[in-house]
Design a protein around this ligand. Sequence first.
Ligand SMILES: [Zn+2]
Length: 87
Amino acid sequence: MGSLDGNALAGVMHHLFGRDMTTMAYTCTSCGRTGVMAEMVVYMSGPGAVARCRNCDTILLMLTERHGMYCVDMSGTTQIPAPLKGD
Ligand SMILES: [Zn+2]
């Protein structure tokens, strides 16, 4: 399977964060590229999803699910989603 863009993660990320995350801003920890999640290069062929930087191929985000529990690793970005208002 080839790569997709960050919109491929829109549904599950909305489920986890309670809002549209495709417009979430990020900065790549490796090359400093800034963008939004929709621009990430996403691979869905492994046991989870991996989102890479469009500029340098660094892993920005990994998402796995096992038995209904999700693990989101966003260590490739220097920005994380702001909490929802009211949280
Ligand atoms: Zn990068």
